[in-house]
Design a protein around this ligand. Structure first.
Ligand code: FES
Length: 66
């Protein structure tokens, strides 16, 4: 599924970027990692990226608590 259509990348690209500790908590850095260094155009996808970052972090916290 495409997350961004302006500088096209998919949910799989996003999942890969979220595995990178250097970018995973910063929406702008995640976007650049997924888009090959491009900046967002319309910004429509940023909410989805932030939601996925939050979900990823919540899941990581649950796993760490076990
Ligand atoms: S959909 Fe991602 S910047 Fe437009």
């Amino acid at each position: 599924m495409y997350i961004c259509v302006c500088n096209p990348f998919t949910d799989k690209d996003l999942d890969s970027a979220l595995k990178d500790d250097t970018v995973k908590n910063n929406a702008s850095a995640v976007y650049k990692a997924c888009s090959g260094g491009e900046k967002p155009c319309c910004g429509t996808c940023i909410c989805e990226i932030r939601e996925r970052i939050n979900a990823h972090n919540a899941e990581a916290m649950l796993l760490a608590a076990e």
